[in-house]
Ligand binder design. Sequence first.
Ligand code: HEC
Length: 246
Amino acid sequence: MKKADKIAYDKDYAAAKKDGKPFFPYAIYKDTIIAGLAILAVIVLAITVRVNIGEPVNPATTDFVPRPEWYFYFAFELLKIFKNQNALTPVIMATFMVPNILIILLVIWPFIDRGPERRIWKRPFGLALAVIVTGMLCYLTYIGASTPEGVAKGDGIPVSGLEGASAAGAALFLANGCTSCHMVKGVGAAGPGPDLTNFGAKGWDNAKMIKWLQAPIAPMPSYASLPPKDLDDLATFVNGLGTKYK
Ligand code: HEC
């Protein structure tokens, strides 16, 4: 800060202080009233507004698509930005790296920005940063809120030509955790099950696949509890991998 600026600033500060009110009791008194009102509002809302708690939990469901609360949509979207072949990278980046870097920046910001200036329009960099970060949060929240639920078309499995039964099968492939043991075109786990990218070349028909899904060899779990249509859709999808759906 230049010397003239500092003198002007000190003068401003002294003038403002002369007209000001003491912290105690004035500011404390105001804070207490506002905090009390806020708590009262929460209590009144808790008593008067009924929330819908939804269906009872069904641990056996396979088509439930978990969605975060709206205030976590931005983090939910961040996860998708860090889409990766390995399942851990997006989680580490979006739930640990990015939020913690931002929080650490927030904590050390007073040590980086040493200027005594408080007036917001005199701090274009800080102002711009605040607008950008808030804007990004709003944008990511909006995108998260407007993404269609679920993976109805098998989004996430990078094969083309999926439609109807095969698209439903791809969604079931994801929803039933097949990717936790099998890989399709780089998506999913490298083991213990075989890579199914070119499974279609084996020429299985749907009946054979359904039989396998109902009674596979361990450690692959049985999918005998799935509805017949789901098994058929899964079979259509897996049997066409590498041939119809590449
Ligand atoms: C817990 C891990 C696991 C899960 C989950 C799993 N599989 Fe498997 N899968 C395996 C293993 C291991 C094999 C190899 C079994 C063998 O041949 O000994 C296999 C084999 C297969 C085969 C090949 C059979 C063959 O003879 O070539 C197909 C097709 C298959 N799985 C489809 C699926 C589908 C579809 C799903 C989801 C509905 C699924 N798997 C879920 C572990 C798994």
